[in-house]
Design a protein around this ligand. Structure first.
Ligand SMILES: Cc1cc2nc3c(=O)[nH]c(=O)nc-3n(C[C@H](O)[C@H](O)[C@H](O)COP(=O)(O)O)c2cc1C
Length: 332
């Protein structure tokens, strides 16, 4: 049955790495303890010692395997070295190519490499490189969105491309419940990767106002309003808050660099000023005008009705999918 585990994990449920620091040890351990693949998020700067601490803290909360996500668009060599030294189960990478050198090093360390892609061409390069699994991100996804295509059309193409090679394909974008999970399986995926649903859990490091907005809101938009100076050319999907609706047509020459400071956050142990239009979502430490900050969310947000413990999200997906498959689609 397709809902069984991938990459040695009990289930095919992946909790996306949630930047900059929203998927911390508590969330990742809760997902791991429930049998899913939880992914920490490495800092966007070289900080291998801090990253080792994050990994070790997670290990105090679970004896199950887990992984770490690295955005290749930012400095990462030392961070990846720490991840491989620590021999976590999975290194998830995005926004870059997977080199042969990285794959060899990861293989030597016994770490599986999972690349998130947003196009058929990117998937083809990943398959040719020999990655261990591919996450296919559709345009519905929350956070930074690398491709331009909807999941329902892109995913089966990647599944066909992989064919009978042992490379699990994992669906991401707009999935929040068992129906989305079963839809992903029907399209040929072996697992699903959820971001927004896991932001709205008790263990996520998101600011309570951000979590509340995920429950209240149901409209998102694909935009490039936030974080243009720090990470140019990286469109994203955010909640349509009153602040966003006021500024959605922000002139292209404007960016966060010369804007007023609207708050402060400690991100991966470093204190930062948050300027208007900055691309960092508010975490538990953030002070200031939270509702005017970037609030990433996928198109499935309108289906999220309560903050749940992460383990319950995993169990709901698995049990719900089993129920749907047996009772609605078995043909018995
Ligand atoms: C708050 C937030 C932060 C994210 N940060 C990252 C990240 O650091 N690296 C990454 O590969 N994807 C990141 N994503 C995207 C996810 O990997 C995934 O593609 C997406 O969440 C799937 O869509 P969904 O949010 O509708 O479930 C982020 C998503 C959200 C909502």
């Amino acid at each position: 049955m397709g809902w069984r585990g991938i990459l040695g994990f009990e289930y095919g449920i992946v909790q996306a790495p949630l930047g900059p620091d929203i998927s911390g040890p508590e969330l990742v351990a809760a997902v791991a303890n429930a049998g899913g693949l939880g992914l920490l998020r490495a800092p966007d700067w070289e900080s291998p010692d801090y990253l080792r601490e994050l990994i070790r803290k997670t290990r105090t909360l679970t004896d199950k395997p887990f992984g770490v996500g690295v955005v290749l668009a930012f400095p990462h060599k030392e961070n990846i070295k720490a991840i491989l030294d620590e021999k976590v189960a999975v290194l998830q990478i995005s926004w870059g190519e997977c080199s042969q050198e990285l794959l060899l090093e990861a293989r030597r360390a016994g770490v599986k490499v999972v690349l998130q892609v947003g196009s058929f061409e990117e998937a083809k390069r990943a398959v040719d490189a020999g990655v261990d699994a591919i996450i296919v991100q559709g345009l519905e996804a929350g956070g930074h969105v690398i491709g331009q295509e909807g999941l329902i059309a892109l995913l089966p193409r990647v599944v066909d491309l992989v064919g009978d090679q042992d490379i699990p394909v994992i669906a991401a974008g707009g999935i929040v419940d068992a129906r989305g999970y079963v839809a992903g399986l029907a399209l040929g995926a072996q697992g699903v990767c959820l971001g927004t649903r896991f932001v709205a859990t008790s263990e996520s490091y998101a600011h309570p106002t951000y979590k509340r907005k995920l429950i209240e809101a149901d409209q998102t938009e694909y935009t490039n309003v936030f974080g243009r100076a720090r990470w140019p050319g990286a469109p994203h999907r955010v909640l349509q808050t009153p602040f966003f609706n006021q500024w959605r047509s922000l002139p292209l020459h404007e960016n966060e660099a010369n804007q007023p400071v609207i708050g402060r956050s400690t991100i991966h142990g470093v204190e930062k000023e948050i300027r208007q239009f900055a691309g960092t979502v508010p975490n538990l430490t953030t002070t200031g005008d939270i509702e005017s900050m970037a609030l990433y969310a996928g198109e499935g947000v309108g289906l999220i009705e309560e903050i749940l413990p992460a383990g319950e999200v995993v169990r709901g997906l698995v049990e719900g999918a089993q129920h749907l498959i047996h009772n609605k689609f078995s043909g018995a």
